[in-house]
Design a protein around this ligand. Structure first.
Ligand code: HEC
Ligand code: HEC
Length: 340
C-alpha cells in the first residue's frame, strides 16, 4: 500500500536543469558530472514509508482517510476540507503564494505539498508538530484552517451510517474518535509517495535518465552550488531549520497577514508577539532568538509541481529560486553561513 504513486510528477531533475542554466562564476567547474554510484552514496535511495506500530496501513483505512480528507463536513461551516488547501491535482498544495484560509480569515504561509510527507519528522514550516497522525486534529481545530471542533466533527461522522461501517472495516470496531480520524487521514497521507523521478532512476544506475545538461546541473547542485549542504539525504532535505533570507515584503507590507502572524505568536506564548514585524519561524517553537526566520528545508522530489516556492510563496519560478541563492541569499542577520 505504501508504494502507491498517485501523481504524475515530472521530477527533481527540472530543478537541476534550471541550475545548469544559471550563469555561474568562471571559477566554477561546470563539467563535474557525478556518476550514479557517487550520487547514490551521497543521497541514498528513498525507502518505503514506515507506518507507526499503532496505526498499521490497510486498504480500508487508507480509503477511509481519503474520504475524510475530502469531506467538507470536517469544517466548521461545511464549506472546506483538507483538499481545499492540499489539492490532489496540484501535488496536494495550492498554486498561490499564501494558502487559502477559513472563511473571512487570511493565511500567513504557503500550503506545503503533501507528497512524501510520510518522511517528514518535524511537520509544518516551523516543525511544531511531530506526529502525522495527530496533525489532522490540529487542522480541524485551527481557526485559520477548518475552524471546527474534533467532537463536533466526530458527531457529524457518526450520524452517517456509511462512515460507521467504514470505521469498523478500518479499525475492527465501530468506535469513532478524534484519534482514529487522525490515524485514518495519516494512513492516507503515507500513500502519497513519489520516489521515481529521473534523479532516482539515474541514482539507480540508469545514466540515460538524465541528459548531459542535467547531469552538469546535478554536479553544480552537489559541488559548487553547495545546495547539498542542506538538501541532502534520501528526502533531499536535512530536516533542519535554516534562514535563507527570502524576501518578505508582501508579508510585512500586509497588515492583515501581520495581524495573523502576531495572533499565531500569541497562541504560542511568544514573548513580544504584539510587536512582531516578521514571521519568527522556528523561534515560535524554540523561543530562541537565533531561530528567528528559520524554516524547514524542503524536499525537492516534486519541485516542478509545487510553485510558488518558500514558506511565504515569494518565488513564482525555479529560476527566481536559483537566482536568490546565486546572489548569496538575502541580508537577514540570522542568515545561514552555508549561503554566501
Ligand atoms: C485553509 C487551508 C488549509 C486546510 C483546510 C488544511 N491545511 Fe494543511 N496546511 C495548510 C498550511 C498553510 C500549512 C503550513 C502551515 C504552517 O507551517 O504553519 C499546512 C500544513 C500541513 C501539513 C504539514 C506538511 C509539512 O510538510 O510539514 C500537513 C500534513 C497538512 N497540512 C495536512 C492537512 C490535513 C490532513 C488537513 C485536513 C484535516 C489540512 N491540512 C487542512 C493549509 C491548510
Ligand atoms: C543553508 C541551507 C540551504 C542551502 C545551502 C540551500 N537550501 Fe534550498 N532551502 C532551504 C530552506 C531552509 C528552504 C525553505 C526556506 C523558506 O521557506 O524560508 C529551502 C527551499 C528551497 C526551495 C523551495 C522549496 C519549496 O517547496 O518551496 C528550492 C527549490 C530550493 N531550496 C533549492 C535549492 C538549491 C537549488 C540550492 C543550491 C543553489 C539550495 N536550495 C541551497 C535550505 C537550503
Amino acid at each position: 500500500m505504501n508504494r502507491i504513486t498517485r501523481t504524475t510528477i515530472m521530477g527533481f531533475m527540472l530543478l537541476i536543469l534550471k541550475l545548469a542554466l544559471v550563469p555561474v562564476p568562471l571559477s566554477w567547474a561546470k563539467d563535474f558530472i557525478p556518476p550514479p554510484m557517487i550520487v547514490r552514496s551521497v543521497f541514498g535511495k528513498l525507502k518505503p514509508v514506515m507506518a507507526p506500530a499503532d496505526n498499521p496501513m490497510t486498504t480500508a483505512k487508507v480509503a477511509l482517510g481519503e474520504r475524510l480528507f475530502k469531506d467538507p463536513r470536517l469544517s466548521g461551516d461545511g464549506t472546506m476540507s483538507c483538499e481545499t488547501c492540499h489539492r490532489e491535482n496540484n501535488a496536494f498544495t495550492v498554486a498561490a503564494p499564501l494558502s487559502p484560509a477559513f472563511t473571512s480569515q487570511v493565511e500567513r504561509r504557503n500550503a506545503p505539498s503533501l507528497i512524501n510527507v510520510g518522511y517528514v519528522e518535524l511537520l509544518l514550516w516551523d516543525g511544531r508538530v511531530e506526529a502525522l497522525d495527530e496533525q489532522p486534529v490540529g487542522s480541524l481545530s485551527n481557526v485559520l484552517h477548518l475552524n471546527s471542533h474534533p467532537d463536533l466533527a466526530v458527531e457529524q461522522i457518526k450520524a452517517d451510517s456509511d462512515y460507521v461501517a467504514a470505521f469498523a472495516a478500518a479499525f475492527g470496531d465501530d468506535a469513532i474518535t478524534p484519534i482514529r480520524l487522525g490515524q485514518a487521514i495519516g494512513a492516507f497521507e503515507r500513500t502519497l509517495i513519489y520516489r521515481d523521478s529521473p534523479f532516482d532512476r539515474y541514482m539507480a544506475g540508469n545514466t540515460d535518465a538524465l541528459t548531459d545538461f542535467e547531469r552538469r546541473g546535478l554536479g553544480i547542485f552537489m559541488r559548487d552550488g553547495r545546495c547539498i549542504a542542506c538538501h541532502n539525504g534520501p528526502h533531499i532535505s536535512d530536516g533542519q531549520f535554516h534562514k535563507i533570507g527570502v524576501p518578505d515584503g508582501h508579508i510585512t507590507g500586509d497588515p492583515r497577514v501581520m495581524e495573523v502572524i502576531r495572533f499565531d505568536a500569541k497562541r504560542r506564548n511568544y514573548e513580544g508577539w504584539a510587536d512582531l514585524t516578521e514571521n519568527p519561524g522556528r523561534a515560535l517553537v524554540t523561543h530562541d532568538p537565533d531561530a528567528i526566520g528559520r524554516f524547514r528545508t524542503q524536499d525537492l522530489h516534486n519541485i516542478p509541481d509545487t510553485a510558488p516556492y518558500m514558506h511565504n510563496g515569494v518565488f513564482a519560478t525555479l529560476e527566481e529560486v536559483v537566482a536568490h541563492y546565486n546572489k548569496g541569499g538575502g541580508d537577514h542577520p540570522n542568515q545561514s553561513g552555508l549561503i554566501n
